[in-house]
Design a protein around this ligand. Structure first.
Ligand code: UDP
Length: 234
């Protein structure tokens, strides 16, 4: 059977409602919240600060150290607290998707600590985390070539769609999830993962959809940061 109407009534190329906020963790050097539908990510940045233990320091460049976590209460079936293979993988790909816009050579021997906490999860958490993280890095005053915007695209049954929710990811006829991170200014994809099957034509369609989605998210990121800094100047 064809997927003719999305479960929540959205158009196939329509993402869920988004919201963003800067400065949600006052003691951090930079922080941000990004919400897409029911998925909420909070990112906090500390540093650049001296990396310890010293033997890990690199005199030619600093490191971005990311820690992604999903709160136990973020999903209806309590998630086991603490790190997992999934959280390690997401931490790694998050750091990799953000590194291309940073110039870590500016921070020798240093670490930029990035913490991402998912307080509510309804799919697309790694993407929401990356979007929040890129705003938190900018808020912390880290020099960046661009922001990174992130969205998941994919296929539900036979349809290419943007921003799958959990119900769609669990579709009985199968779903393909393609988390994307994109730097709108340089037009580079900084993350592309694929869980499922797609044809070349469907992948092309999905990537075009993801660019459109990321550009929309980018506008919100820029506006939120600008509004925040304007408010601070008053
Ligand atoms: N999820 C869950 N428990 C877990 C891990 C994931 O209920 O321990 C749900 C959660 O809603 C999450 C979704 O499964 O957003 C999809 O997880 P996935 O690993 O595909 O990453 P995401 O789409 O969140 O980036």
């Amino acid at each position: 059977m064809s997927y003719t109407k999305r479960f929540d009534g959205r158009k196939f190329d329509e993402m869920r409602k988004t919201e963003a906020k800067i400065g949600v963790i006052k003691r951090a050097d930079g922080s941000a919240m990004f919400k897409i539908g029911d998925t909420i990510a909070i990112a906090a940045v500390y540093g650049p600060r001296k990396l310890h233990p010293r033997f890990l320091q690199n005199p030619s460049k600093g490191i971005l150290r990311c820690n992604y976590d999903m709160a136990s209460f973020s999903v209806p079936d309590r998630k086991r607290p603490g790190p997992s293979r999934r959280s390690s993988e997401i931490s790694l790909v998050t750091a990799k998707s953000l590194s291309p816009v940073l110039d870590l050579s500016k921070h020798p021997n240093a670490v930029i600590d990035l913490f991402i906490e998912i307080t509510q999860a309804n799919a697309g958490t790694r993407c929401a985390g990356i979007t929040a993280a890129s705003m938190a890095l900018a808020h912390a005053g880290i020099t960046m070539k661009d922001l990174v915007s992130s969205i998941s695209v994919g296929k539900v049954s036979d349809k290419v769609v943007v921003d799958l929710d959990k119900e769609e990811e669990d579709h009985e006829e199968g779903a393909t999830d393609i988390p994307i991170a994109y730097s709108p200014r340089t037009k580079d994809f900084t993350l592309l993962q694929l869980d499922g099957n797609v044809s070349k034509k469907e992948l092309k369609e999905a990537l075009e959809m993801s660019k459109k989605g990321c550009e929309e998210i980018y506008k919100l990121q820029v506006k939120t940061l600008k509004d925040h800094f304007k408010g601070e100047g008053k």
